[in-house]
Structures are given as structure tokens and as C-alpha cells.
Design a protein around this ligand. Structure first.
Ligand code: SF4
Length: 358
């Protein structure tokens, strides 16, 4: 049996669920993950149904497309409508900006092109050297090193970067400050942790007495993580543990971290509906300013609106409500006609719930 299949074994899943039931306290506890893939696994495999009533797992802001503030979509739209070829990932073009999306900008004549990687954008810019290109760089710590490599490697005069990368640990810290959320433990994201390692989560047990488990993406990974959190709660401990040892270690990918450090400064950044989070975003360092699309084209967005009327993405993204508690869910907001960012991407909580529960 391959590792993947072993971590999907239904018999073992039932066994761990039985163990979880034994560990579960009689009072309610809430664990929070911050990863679209974790939410997909939990929802797709029906893991919540295996948990006792007193144990809940909620979804935090772990979808890179969902957290993009409308102002940054508006920036990309402004560029596309001004004759610059904006290249970005397929999901991004459907995310609502303040008034429209990149998809609508494209329909109105804007130059918007879908790419699968930043490398595709580089190739396009090389091929059409007379045309101005911008790569709209989004994503967490997993994709930021790829942007960094291209910036270091190929400095094309006709390609600049609209950098909208965000960092996960500061968003987790924000959740702990949300008054009535009451999280009892974190399930930290496996993908991001392959890059940053386990160390950056130390702050949670140390400063907040918050049990934290780095977990993989298979159903058994998530169930193991839940059982590990419950064990810590039982003994009153708050430790940082790594369930995903097959892919993540303490230091992470040091080379990738060095690439990010070479190219980016860590700055405050806005998250859709959540406001500005200190030290949660990346910006190009001074020496790469010539490749900063914001500086190069002097983009200015005076006002923006993150949420359309009735959209509760800001509450879904911090796990305060479930998608089905939004009045628009599967009524006016559906995967084919999203009203909010959480319904766009395959990693968005509303989109995942729509696919599995509607
Ligand atoms: Fe936003 Fe749609 Fe989700 Fe409601 S259902 S929170 S409108 S994405």
C-alpha cells in the first residue's frame, strides 16, 4: 500500500475516531486549521461526522485567493484596462474586486491572461518583448519563493510584478485576538510548513498557551492531529508538534526561505474583510523597485470594497460562521456566479461546501 492510501485507510480512520471519542472532553472544544486543502479533506471525506459532538474543526483564512483584498484586484484591473497584459492564475480572474473582476475587465477589452506559473508569464514577456507585462503574484509562503526565483533570475524590462503574497503565521495570530472565537488548538498547514518549517509556530504554545500541530493533508493526518490536540488538552499542555514528519521538519526549506529574504521585505498587508495584519505580507525590496508594478505604473486605488452587500466572507474566513449561515449561500452566490471570494477558488470554504453539501 502506498503512503497516500495508508493515510486514507477507512478502517484505521474509524479506529482513530474511536480514540478521539475517548479523548474528547464533555465540554465543547474548537480547533482551527488555516488551509484550503485541509478544509477540502475534512469536507470531502466527511471527517466532521466522525468527530464527537463536542469537538469542532473550523476553517481559518487558508485560501490564498479568498484573502486577496478587493483593492489589489482593482489594481490589476486598472493595469489590464490600460493596455498592460496582466498574467495570473485562473482562480484569481474570477475574484470580485470592488466593482468588477479581472474576468469582466477581460470581457471589456482588458488584456488578462491565465498562466499556470510565474515561469509562463516570463516566457510570454520574452516572446512579446514589445508588450508590457505584469505578473499578479498571489499565494502564501508556498508560492512566494517561485516568484522570488524569477525576479532574481530573469529581470526583463517589460515584466514587472504586482506582489500580493501573504504569510500564514501572522493571520493565525490575528485569530487569537478575535474576542468571541475561542480556539482551543491550531492545525497548522502542511504545504506552507514544508517551506517555513515548524519553528515559526513556536509562538502559539509559548506566548498563547495554544496547542499547535503541523499536519498533512490526508484524512488520517487530520484525525491524528485532532487526537494529538485532544491529548494536549487533557493534560493541560500546550506544545508544538509535527504530525507531518514525512514532509516537514523543524527548519523547513532553508533555500526557499533565503530566496524570499533576498527579494522581499515583510510588511503589513490587508486581508479581505479582515483589515491590515502587521507583518503578514511581502513587498519587493528597494533594489527590485524597477520591477514593482505599483511603482512602475503609479497605480492608485482611492477606495475599495471587500464585500458585496450580504456577503459574509470575512466571518467565514475566520471560522466564525459556516458557509451555510450566509444568506446568499447557494442562492445568489454559487460556484458559477460567485458573489464573494470564498466561492471562487477550489480552496475557498464556501466553494468546498457548495461542491460537497449543496
Ligand atoms: Fe461570501 Fe458567497 Fe460565501 Fe456568502 S456564500 S460568504 S457571499 S462567498
Amino acid at each position: 500500500m502506498q503512503i497516500k492510501e495508508r493515510f486514507r485507510d477507512p478502517t484505521l480512520a474509524k479506529k482513530i475516531a474511536g480514540y478521539i471519542r475517548k479523548l474528547a472532553p464533555p465540554y465543547e472544544v474548537k480547533f482551527c486549521h488555516v488551509c484550503g486543502t485541509h478544509e477540502w479533506t475534512i469536507t470531502h471525506y466527511g471527517l466532521r461526522a466522525l468527530l464527537p459532538e463536542t469537538v469542532d474543526v473550523i476553517a481559518g483564512p487558508g485560501c490564498p485567493v479568498c484573502v486577496l483584498p478587493a483593492a489589489e484586484i482593482d489594481e490589476a484591473i486598472q493595469l489590464a484596462l490600460n493596455g498592460i497584459a496582466v498574467t495570473t492564475f485562473g482562480d484569481v480572474i474570477r475574484v470580485p474586486g470592488s466593482e468588477s473582476s479581472l474576468q469582466e475587465a477581460k470581457a471589456s477589452g482588458g488584456d488578462v491572461r491565465i498562466v499556470y506559473s510565474v515561469r509562463d508569464a516570463v516566457k510570454m514577456a520574452e516572446k512579446e518583448s514589445e508588450k508590457e507585462f505584469v505578473f499578479f503574484a498571489i499565494g502564501f509562503e508556498t508560492t512566494a519563493p517561485l516568484t522570488a526565483i524569477e525576479i532574481l533570475d530573469k529581470q526583463l524590462e517589460n515584466l514587472s510584478f504586482l506582489v500580493s503574497h501573504r504569510l500564514i503565521p501572522p493571520a493565525m495570530e490575528l485569530l487569537l485576538g478575535v474576542g468571541d472565537l475561542h480556539i482551543d488548538g491550531f492545525i497548522a498547514p502542511g504545504h506552507v510548513s514544508t517551506i517555513i518549517g515548524v519553528k515559526p509556530y513556536e509562538i502559539f504554545p509559548k506566548a498563547y498557551h495554544m496547542p499547535t500541530i503541523v499536519a498533512g493533508f490526508e484524512p488520517l493526518d487530520v484525525l491524528f492531529a485532532v487526537s494529538m490536540l485532544l491529548k494536549q488538552l487533557r493534560t493541560g499542555e500546550a506544545r508544538l508538534e509535527n504530525e507531518y514528519t514525512r514532509s516537514v521538519d523543524w527548519k523547513g526549506n532553508v533555500k526557499a526561505q533565503q530566496l524570499m529574504e533576498k527579494v522581499f521585505d515583510v510588511v503589513g498587508g490587508r486581508w479581505r474583510g479582515l483589515g491590515k495584519i502587521p507583518l503578514s505580507a511581502l513587498a519587493l525590496k528597494e533594489e527590485f523597485m524597477a520591477y514593482d508594478a505599483r511603482k512602475k505604473y503609479g497605480i492608485k486605488i482611492e477606495r475599495s470594497r471587500d464585500l458585496l452587500p450580504g456577503c459574509l466572507c470575512h466571518l467565514v474566513m475566520i471560522g466564525k460562521i459556516k458557509p451555510s449561515e450566509c444568506g446568499l449561500f447557494m442562492k445568489t452566490c454559487r460556484p458559477e456566479s460567485p458573489k464573494g471570494a470564498c466561492m471562487v477558488s477550489m480552496e475557498g470554504t464556501c466553494r468546498i461546501w457548495a461542491r460537497h453539501k449543496a
